[in-house]
Unconditional design. Sequence first.
Lengths: 108, 117
Amino acid sequence: EIVLTQSPATLSLSPGERATLSCRASQSVSSYLAWYQQKPGQAPRLLIYDASNRATGIPARFSGSGSGTDFTLTISSLEPEDFAVYYCQQRSNWPLFTFGQGTRLEIK
Amino acid sequence: EVQLVESGGGLIQPGGSLRLSCAASGFTVSSNYMSWVRQAPGKGLEWVSVIYSGGSTYYADSVKGRFTISRDNSKNTLYLQMNSLRAEDTAVYYCAVISSSWAFDYWGQGTLVTVSS
């Protein structure tokens, strides 16, 4: 089983700052990694797929990078609506899927 | 517009059974890969099951042998039959569409299942 470890568990930043979230896989997942945003009481929303491709309608301030075992989600300049929980997800060991445990991005 | 609406959640005693439904509109369930993902209260996301367009099904080890994913093409609806329910199955259950990039593209609003005596 491929384990995804996200860090930090909680990130405290202010609007306008840059956010960098990490996701590390226990073995290579190539570029088969996605990122999701979840706000309280809502379903997750796909942000990034295949490590670096923005999903439809996702603002350009969100970007993804990485391959193999180390991945990063960057939010270039935080907007108030960006404070949420973020999850990474892999599908490398098809047909199984795995999510990371999440990073909570909170307002400082 | 793609829409997914889950239903069927509720309070059920340990050992009981429940069937969740996910009514889809704006696309054809049978032509897509569909999945169930759950989230225990205050916890992260856990993948549960997937059904491919060809009909193949797969499950997480935590539910294998107890849960069954299926679909009704005439109703354009996805199902999750849950048997032998345990307290640890308590969660919000989401249905989701899997894109060609193997990401969960669209999600329903979720339905809460509470397993408790």
